[in-house]
Design a protein around this ligand. Sequence first.
Ligand SMILES: Cc1cc2nc3c(=O)[nH]c(=O)nc-3n(C[C@H](O)[C@H](O)[C@H](O)COP(=O)(O)OP(=O)(O)OC[C@H]3O[C@@H](n4cnc5c(N)ncnc54)[C@H](O)[C@@H]3O)c2cc1C
Length: 320
Amino acid sequence: MILIVADHKDGALRKSTLELVNAARALAEGLGGEVAGLAIGDSRAADALAKLVPRVYSVTGEELAEFRAESYTTVVSHVAKEKGAKAILISASRAGLSYSPRVALRLGVPLLEDVIYLEVEGEHVIAKRYSYLSRVTETVRAESLPVVVSVKPNTFPAAPAGESGQVETLAVPLGERDSRVKVGEKSKAIIGRVALEEAAVVVAGGRGVGSAEGFTELLEPLADVLGAGIGATRAVVDAGWRPHAEQIGQTGKTIAPNLYLGLGVSGAVQHLSGMNRAKVVVAINKDADAPIFKVADYGIVGDLHAVVPPLIEALKTVKE
Ligand SMILES: Cc1cc2nc3c(=O)[nH]c(=O)nc-3n(C[C@H](O)[C@H](O)[C@H](O)COP(=O)(O)OP(=O)(O)OC[C@H]3O[C@@H](n4cnc5c(N)ncnc54)[C@H](O)[C@@H]3O)c2cc1C
C-alpha cells in the first residue's frame, strides 16, 4: 500500500494533496498495492480524500486539531507501520518538511526529500530533486522499502476526483512527547490574499517594477482585481521589496497556475523553471527582446507603469 498524508485547511484538501495522489498512483503501479490516504485532525478532509483514493484512514482528536510536527510524526508512523505502507508520501510544504524526516527516523527507513520526479525500478523508488542551490538536478535511489517521500508542491499534476472510497476511523495513542511544543497565539495574515502555491492566477513582478511601492501601487491592485496571488523574482526579493515567501523559481516556489502575468520580469532560466507549468503566460516588458517573450502566449511591449493602471480599470469594468 502507498500511503499519502493529506495536507488540508478548514476541512478542504490543499492542491498539493491532489498532486500526491497522482504521484502515489505511479508508485502503486510499480510497487503493487493500492493507494490509501491518511487525514489527521479533521474528518471533513478524510471525506474529501475518499473522493480520490479507495481507502482513507481518519485520525482525529482534540490534540490533533492544530498541526504539530511531533503528533503528526507519531500518527503517520503508527498508521504506516500498522497498515504496512511501502511508501509514505508527504507534501514538501513547510509543515511537511518539518515532520517527514522525523517519520523516516522513527521508522528507521530512507527519506527522499523535496522530490520533483518519481519512478520505480524493481523494489527501488528512484527520485529526482534539485540540489546545490538548485544548480544541479540529482537522482536518488532508496535502497529499501518502506520509504518516506516528500513531494515538491506543483511538480506533479493534480489528480481528478472520481473514486468513492471507504473511510476507516483509527485511534492512535499519543504520549507526552507528542505535545512538547504548543502553538501559542497566531496573528492573522496581513492580507487575505490567496496563497501563491494554490493560486489559479499569479501576478509576478520583477526588477522592472522599480520599487517596493511599485508593488503596493500597481501589482497589489492588479492582483486584487484578478483574485490573484503575488509572486516575485529573486532580484526583487534580494532588493528587499518583497518577502522570500513570494519568490518564484529554482530557489523559490514552483507554481502551476492557469494564468501567470509577469511584469518587468526578464525571464531568466532560474525564474522560468518555477513558472513553466503555468497554462497561459502573459508578459509586460519594455524590452521586446526580453527572454520572457519566448515563453509568453501574450505579450505587451511597453512601460508597465503606463500599461498596468488602464489594465486595472479595464478589468474592473469587465467584472462589473
Ligand atoms: C543559483 C541561482 C538561483 C536563482 N534562483 C532564482 C529564483 O528562484 N527565482 C528568480 O526569479 N531568479 C533566480 N535567480 C536569478 C536570475 O538569474 C535572475 O537574475 C532574476 O530572475 C532576474 O530578475 P528580474 O527579471 O526581476 O530582473 P532583470 O533580469 O533585471 O529584469 C528586469 C526586466 O524588467 C524590464 N523592465 C525594466 N523596467 C521596466 C518597465 N518600466 N516596464 C516594463 N519592463 C521593465 C527589463 O526590460 C528587464 O527585462 C537565480 C540565480 C542563480 C545564479
